[in-house]
Each structure stands twice: as C-alpha cells, then as structure tokens.
Ligand binder design. Structure first.
Ligand SMILES: [Cu+2]
Length: 290
C-alpha cells in the first residue's frame, strides 16, 4: 500500500507537469483564435472556423471551441500520465514494480469523471440542437433549387414573385468583380438583415447540398423532397458557400453567394428584381410551413 501511495505522489507530479504544459498551450490557443478567419469567405492559412453571423452559427462556433478546450485538457492529462510512466516507472528507475491491482477510489474517479465530462458536453450540444430546430415564424421564404451545376432561387409573390439562376462568376467577370475565385455567382440571393429567412431546398436532377459556413448550416437538396431550414443573419455583408454534396463533374463550380442587406436595400433590390428576372406564376409555390 505504501508503494501505491508513493506511486500516487509520482502520478500527481506528472499531472502538475501536464497542467503547466496546458497553460503554455492555452497561450498558444489564444494566439490561434486571434488569427480569426475572414467574414463570409475563407482566407489563406485559415485555422479557425468562418466568423459566425447567425445565432445557430455562433452557438456551433462556441460549442466547437469548448470541445477543443476539453479535448486539449484530456490530451495533455493523458500525455502527462504517459510521460510519468515512461520516465518514472521504467525498468531502470523502478526495478521492483508494485503488485497493486485495485484502487477503489481511483476506479470510481475514472468512471465518474468521464461521465461528468460527457454530461458537460451534452448540455451545450442539446442547446445547439434546440436552436436549430426551434423553427421560428418566417419573415421571408425563399425556394432554393439545386441544378447540375448551378443554383436557382424563387421569391414569393409577397416580394414580387420572381426567379433567377445563380451561375459561377468566372474569367474576366470574376476578376473585375473583385469577388473571390470559385465562390462568387453572377446573381446573388439577397435577404434582409435581422429577419428570419426560411429556405425550402430541393433539387431538379441529382442531389446537391446548400451550405453556408458563416450561417452555420448545410442542407441537402434532394430531387422530389423538400428540406427546410431557417437563418437570421445579424450582420450585413456578402457571404459565400459551396455545394456540399458530390453531385458530378462541375460540383466544385456551383458556389452560393448570399448578400445580407438593410431592409430598404432589400426592397430596392426586389423592385429591380421584379422587372429584371423571370416572373413566376403567382410567386414561388411553397410547402405548408409552420
Ligand atoms: Cu451540387
């Protein structure tokens, strides 16, 4: 028993060594977070997730960072134990190994502590799910249709009833626009800021997926089915995403661009879009939504 206690002391020294390493890594982690990514599009050498601009994305972002910290603590703790074992309990340093096989306190601890960690993870995890599935009342509905290989958007009669395609902006057009390569489209989906936008997503040919990193979601576009998701962008700007379901030859060339604008700018846009784009008969048809 005396030997076990001595081992316990040695283990605890390993633990404090790990804790010191953790502090160092914490400083490193802060530096990484400071090198935060761009808004609405990735940047070269990006380490972090794209800056979130919706409630759902913010919760996912925070949850992601919480998990990283928990992971870091566990990894360093295990690393500390491993180093302690290697250094202090090798054959040379510890020629007469202990024959101890059970330690009730230790066994209870290493059962309870992981359970507590999982509970601590489950709580914010379910909170994110609840926000995602909260399904608030829509201020604007937009129908999104995936095609091989572009997206089209239909706006309801309440804002003018029109539809248009959004194709990849390439060549000189892309260079002149100053928009990022392979991420920008000729026509953008435009939505008002701080309004709940619901999208109903389907596909005309094969499966696609409408994904917008800074809004914190991707949703499958499946022929013959209608998927629905909501977002409330809290910051004006231009946001880029990509088709995220391998859909064929030009899968990498059907980006998504969403412009989040003020209410007035949105009204100005719909007034223009009404004449510019093809009219839908009585506006887009939407599925019954809560
Ligand atoms: Cu696709």
């Amino acid at each position: 028993m005396g030997m076990a206690r001595a081992q316990g002391r040695r283990l605890s020294r390993g633990f404090w060594g790990g804790a010191a390493a953790l502090a160092a890594a914490g400083i490193l982690g802060t530096v990484t977070v400071a090198n935060a990514a761009g808004i609405g599009q990735p940047v070269p050498w990006q380490m972090d997730l794209q800056k979130p601009v919706t409630e759902v994305a913010t919760e996912i972002y925070n949850f992601h960072h919480l998990l990283n910290w928990i992971m870091l603590v566990i990894v360093l703790f295990v690393l500390g134990l491993l180093i302690a074992v290697v250094v202090k309990f090798n054959e040379k340093a510890n020629p007469n190994p202990s024959r101890t096989t059970h330690n009730t306190m230790l066994e209870v601890a290493w059962t309870i502590v992981p359970v507590l960690i999982l509970v601590a993870i489950a709580i914010p995890s379910f909170r994110v799910l609840r926000t995602q599935l909260s399904d608030p009342k829509a201020d604007l509905m937009v129908k999104v249709i995936g095609h091989a290989w572009y997206w089209s958007y239909e706006y309801p009669e309440t804002v003018g009833g029109f539809k248009f395609d959004a194709n990849l902006l390439e060549g000189d057009d892309q260079v002149k626009s100053g928009q990022p390569k392979l991420l920008a489209t000729d026509n953008e989906m435009v939505v008002p800021v701080n309004k709940i936008v619901k999208i109903q997503v389907t596909a005309a040919d094969v499966m696609h997926s409408w994904a917008m990193p800074s809004f914190g979601f991707k949703i499958d576009a499946i022929p013959g089915r209608l998927n629905q998701f909501w977002f409330k962008a809290e910051r004006e700007g231009t946001y880029h995403g990509q088709c995220s379901e391998l859909c064929g030859q030009r899968h990498a060339y059907m980006p998504i661009t969403v412009k989040v604008v003020s209410e007035q700018a949105f009204q100005a846009w719909t007034a223009e879009a009404k004449t510019k784009f093809a009219r839908t008969d009585g506006g887009a048809k939407f599925a019954e939504a809560k």
